[in-house]
Structures are given as structure tokens and as C-alpha cells.
Design a protein around this ligand. Sequence first.
Ligand SMILES: [Zn+2]
Length: 134
Amino acid sequence: MEPWTVRHRNPVADKMSDRRRDADRRRRREKPWRNWYERAAWLRRRAAQLVKQPLCERCLAEGRVVPATIAHHVERHEGDWDKFINGELASSCKTCHDSIEQRIEALGYDPGVDTAGRPVDPNHPWNQTRSETS
Ligand SMILES: [Zn+2]
């Protein structure tokens, strides 16, 4: 690096986020949990969720009545079986689900919040700051 180059980024943080990005990329490529969606335990949970709430919850919140086709994990399970099978679900139409997923892809974290307004994704910057300062 030239002496006159001003470097605004923190090299340690860069290395950490590089590592996290590599791990994410690897996880996305492998996705060992893909076949979990075919397991009976999941199919039962999915069916139960869609019976409990047959309408897309996000559309409903915005005044639209749209049938849900997807049982969406409120908190991303990231390959964690316990979260996958016990985590909170929300009923969603495909349009809402795809737009949520696209937002997550673009941001690198889930911008969703729980009923208390707390971000659900541990990768959410709000959660990152809290865990690093505590
Ligand atoms: Zn919807």
C-alpha cells in the first residue's frame, strides 16, 4: 500500500467478513438441508402451518387476501435442524416469499423483525453490534 493511500476499511474486519462470505458461499452451494424439505416431519409441519393460516400473512397485513403456498421460516434455519423443525413459521404466497428471499440475498441478512421489533437474523447488523460490544 502506498503511504499516501488512505485506507478507510479495517483490515481485521475485512478478513472476518471475507471468511464469513466464503462460508456463506460454501453453505449456499452445498445446501445439505435441501432434502429436509422432503422429510415427513417437515411436510407435516408445513401442512399444519398452512391449515392454521391458509392466507399469506404479509399480504393480509397489507389488506390483501392471497392464499399461502409456502410455510416460511421466520428465522432462517441456516442448516440448523432444530431451528428448521421447531422454528417459528409464517404462511406466505410465492410473490412475498421470493421478494423476502431476494432482499436477504441483496443485504446478506434477513431484515425481518419479531413481534417485539427485534431483528430475527443473528447476522443483522443490529445483532452484530450488540454481540460485539457485550
Ligand atoms: Zn403475499
